[in-house]
Design a binder for this molecule. Structure first.
Ligand SMILES: [Zn+2]
Length: 326
């Protein structure tokens, strides 16, 4: 069976050559599965010491926005396009998490297969066959269960379309999730101006360049943006979660994975929480393992979430060998 492990430094090791989502000395190949900061650890070291650093073309462009020009040295690799890593072959697959995010499959010459899901979301991500499956477990506790995503989208649509006629709407979320919501709102007929600024605006431009169906987002600091902000019409202003505490005129909507069982909830006079996550919930994590049927499951226990709990549930419910690492 192909070697796989998760290190204390948060690197996911696949075979003998590949390290994903953190730098690991001695590995020839580094992968960044997506642009969230907790998967970009040690990028500078990897660019200096590894033979190559791979990411999907969209992730590479997002890294350039978030981490500057040094990310231009990241080598773009498309979904489904195999590349040799030593004697092994590595292939990326979509993970349904945020724009550009990837699962990573490494196959050895004997046909052994190790797969790392990265952060992923079902439905959306294809389930890839593997002997060893390294899986995230952000929501690996049985109580982490959400309504179906279409119901969440419907609730969000209703909230935005009814409120934006009365007052400005401010939507807070992580990079990538916000761009998903821009696309969903436009596709469902929201016509009011969309605003974003700084890195959120630049990332939106990058996603639009990669044909993600996001149109007409205005830079809030441009003269056009300032006109919208000064006017008395409605608009939707998209911002990073870290700005949630700010004072604004209008309604706040917080997109969060940590709201379970209900689609949305009013938490104060001017703030709603909407249960929209870019991750699989507990049932979808379990469904991935069940469909994949690996010989061994390694649960990433180096990042936030429920690694030990999820490994226990896999063993108990599916009778598949599972360990949490580190
Ligand atoms: Zn992520």
């Amino acid at each position: 069976m192909l070697n796989a492990a998760v290190t204390k430094n948060k690197a996911i090791l696949l075979g003998e050559n590949v390290a994903c989502d953190a730098h690991e000395d001695g590995r020839g190949v580094r992968v960044v599965t997506h642009a969230h900061y907790d998967h970009v650890f040690g990028l500078r070291d990897s660019l200096r010491k590894c033979g190559a650093v791979y990411a999907t073309p969209l992730t590479r462009d997002m890294l350039c926005v978030l981490y500057g020009r040094r990310a231009e040295e990241v080598v773009p690799l498309r979904y489904g396009e195999p590349v040799m890593v030593g004697a092994d072959v590595m292939t990326f697959y979509p993970s349904g998490h945020i724009p550009g995010s990837a699962q990573v499959l490494v196959e050895d010459p004997e046909g052994g297969r190790a797969l790392y899901t990265g952060d992923f979301r079902l439905p959306g991500a294809p389930v890839i066959d593997a002997d060893v499956l390294v899986i995230e477990a952000t929501y690996g506790h049985p109580r982490c269960v959400r309504p179906p995503i279409d119901e969440v989208y419907d609730a969000l649509m209703e909230l935005v379309s009814s409120e934006v006629r009365r007052q400005p709407v401010h939507i807070y979320g992580f990079y990538g999730k916000v761009q998903e919501v821009m696309e969903v709102l436009r596709r469902n007929g929201i016509r009011e101006p969309f605003l974003a600024e700084g890195k959120m605006y630049e990332l939106t431009t990058v996603c639009a360049k990669h044909n993600l169906g996001i149109r007409d987002v205005i830079n809030a600091t441009s003269s056009e943006g300032l006109d919208v902000l000064r006017g008395d019409g409605g608009y939707v202003f998209f911002k990073h979660t870290s700005k949630l505490g700010e004072k604004v005129r209008g309604l706040k909507i917080h997109l969060t994975g940590w709201e379970f069982k209900v689609t949305h909830r009013k938490v104060s006079n001017d703030t709603y929480r909407v249960s929209l996550s870019s991750h699989s919930d507990f049932n979808h994590l379990l469904a991935y393992v069940e469909d994949c049927r690996p010989k061994l499951v390694i649960v990433d226990n180096s990042r936030d979430g429920y690694g030990a709990e999820f490994a226990r549930e896999v063993k108990r419910r599916l009778k598949i060998e599972a360990i949490a690492m580190p």
